[in-house]
Design a protein around this ligand. Structure first.
Ligand SMILES: CC(C)(COP(=O)(O)OP(=O)(O)OC[C@H]1O[C@@H](n2cnc3c(N)ncnc32)[C@H](O)[C@@H]1OP(=O)(O)O)[C@@H](O)C(=O)NCCC(=O)NCCS
Length: 160
């Protein structure tokens, strides 16, 4: 079957999520727990993915994530999410992870994550996602990088 949905621009679903990192997010060394960051990344990808698909979506895969710098308690965790690629029923949402000291304004890149989100219909079956309209040079670059990642990801997809 062909996807008859109308395309949607990348900019329509981009989002920035900002969270204050509190002691509830801490590991026993006094820094932010990696798991707290991963949860926030999944939330940011969910927000942007849902705004693009306007459907219920689930996370099918999350590419390996690395943390280049620690996040400290009191920092702002800043997650910038954007849809990079849309397939038939899945899409890649890229999330840029930054930390900012709210007093000094010092901003550090923590890492990048790529989530594959799948849209589901009323019966819980994968369903078409609106095609992505690429407008800017950055949109096009992210899209071609995402296509390469998707090929690799699908090779690694577990067989049932
Ligand atoms: C994601 C899910 C709906 C896919 O169902 P499925 O029957 O395997 O569906 P399909 O084989 O038709 O795949 C649907 C799309 O997802 C993509 N996909 C599925 N598993 C994937 C994986 N592990 N990695 C990358 N893409 C994947 C497929 O490539 C396809 O994309 P396309 O339509 O754009 O080409 C199903 O595996 C599921 O419900 N998983 C649990 C999701 C969940 O609960 N997540 C929260 C964490 S527990």
């Amino acid at each position: 079957m062909k996807n008859a949905l109308k395309g949607r621009k990348v900019s329509l679903s981009q989002s920035t999520m900002i969270k204050v990192m509190s002691p509830l997010d801490a590991n026993h060394y006094g820094y932010v727990h990696g798991g707290a960051i991963m949860r926030a990344v999944d939330e940011a990808a969910f927000i942007t993915g849902t705004r693009h698909a306007r459907r219920n979506i689930v996370t099918a895969a999350m590419d390996n994530m690395s943390f280049a710098n620690p996040v400290r308690l009191g920092d702002l965790l800043i997650l910038k999410a954007s849809v990079n690629f849309v397939g038939r029923t899945s899409m890649e949402v890229g999330v840029r992870i930054e930390a900012e000291d709210p007093v000094t304004g010092d901003n550090r890149l923590i890492g990048r994550a790529y989530a594959t989100m799948v849209a589901l219909d009323e019966l819980g079956k994968p369903t078409f996602i609106a095609p992505l309209i690429l407008e800017t040079k950055a949109d096009k670059k992210r899209n071609s990088d995402a296509k390469r990642r998707r090929e690799n990801r699908l090779k690694l997809r577990p067989k049932n």
